[in-house]
Design a protein around this ligand. Sequence first.
Ligand code: FAD
Length: 478
Amino acid sequence: MTASIDAAGRVCEPLRELPVARKVDVLVVGGGISGLLAAVAAGRCGARTLVVERFGSLGGTGTAAMMNLFYVPYEMSRGLVRELFDRLIARGGAIPGEFVVYDPELYKVTALEMLAEAQVDVLLHTLVSDVVMDDGIIRGIVIENKSGRQVILSRVTVDASGDADVAARAGARYIKGREADGKMRPMTLIFRMGGVDVPRLVEYVKKHPEDFSPDPLQCMLDIEHHMIRVFGFFNLVETAKANGELWPDCYYFRVESVLPERGVLTVNATRVYGVDGTKAEDLSRAEIETRHQMIQLAAFAAKYIPGFEHAFILDSASTIGVRETRRIRGEYVVTEDDIVAGRHYDDVVAVDANQQNPHQQGGHPPDGKEGGPQDVEARELIARMFVYEIPYRALVAADVEGLLVAGRCISVDHHADVYTRNQGCAMVTGVAAGVAAALASAAGQSPRQVDVNAVQARLRGLGADLDLLRRLGPSPAM
Ligand SMILES: Cc1cc2nc3c(=O)[nH]c(=O)nc-3n(C[C@H](O)[C@H](O)[C@H](O)COP(=O)(O)OP(=O)(O)OC[C@H]3O[C@@H](n4cnc5c(N)ncnc54)[C@H](O)[C@@H]3O)c2cc1C
């Protein structure tokens, strides 16, 4: 039953019945941080749950894109989020602090353990290519993998794909990128360098504070507590550009580390603009361009930065990191003003805390020039803590039944996305979506009909702190 080409050159697939591989209560598409915690939460609420993931391991952007930082203060974490952190810390895989720095490899293993304990099934190496619809209700998904093309039926589906792939295929309304022009934040290939003399680097940064971000969160030089973060080298980058050694839109170099004492640093400095993470051609272009940039950056570091003289490229992420694509239009769209004002919602299901410069671009404007001389956020400002709520309505697609979303693709606007695209918000919205999906499935309801009070009660039972904003206010001192 393969496709064939007709006399007019059209390629057609014959009508065919698809095998139903499984039937589950809660189907979670995407095994990133939001999907992981959605699935654990649904499993703990007693739902037969399956996670479908296109990669061979879990963690999504948080592992495959070589991230090593949960942008959420450890002390403010609760429930399943705190449990994940504590499990990682217990096995030497994370360091608590104003952020939680982690080892992606130990995170992958911990994720599998948590799913197994919650009796959640995992299907890896599987791409979700379409949805099964029935009169506006999503009944399941179509998958493609080595076993062929199959169907998984579900009572409730959670779209934790980051890109809202399921919602988009189901016909839900969404916005891609910035509302005014559709432009999206840049993509980045993260890579690691080994053989770095970190004490020598730290000594250099301390002697040249004028060449770095003044924000203590962007420049952390604490080798003893395994926390190295350096954002700047502004003048060195300009010199290298004048010599034709870096590309024109490069304005800074940035490193981070979870294991500085081993001389290994993560470099988060490649940038490709004007690309769309829902298009394979653009993803390919970004992978290719950032690999060229990686070579330039490594050569730049070895030539100009004390401590990098003998450094080498250790490895690069197995996928380009995508910061922004689709966000669904839910029953409510959270705005940055909501976040900064600390708006309360009767249907609050998630509370996040992270540090930002309000009404800026979140460090990654879609227009480029990030870190350039005009970028006050990078060069002058110091971020503040924001505690904010997410209402249940931001997880419920306005126009499709049987569907919830979690993580990067929830219903927020481009400026609110600065806060919500981080892993902290992805975690708490994941837990909320998982609980709501399990309750909806058990009651035979669409997520839109679920009793939010019951969701909130179950979330509190799992340790979630839905009163954090009421207790601390929107911008507590750090
Ligand atoms: C370069 C970069 C640096 C960042 N730095 C930080 C940071 O320091 N701290 C921080 O907190 N956040 C950071 N972020 C943001 C954060 O990592 C992500 O926004 C967050 O991890 C998103 O989580 P998610 O679960 O929504 O999506 P993802 O982690 O992207 O997970 C989605 C999962 O779904 C899978 N998937 C997608 N489509 C399909 C499909 N059709 N079929 C099957 N599977 C599918 C993907 O493979 C993936 O595993 C960064 C992001 C980038 C790109």
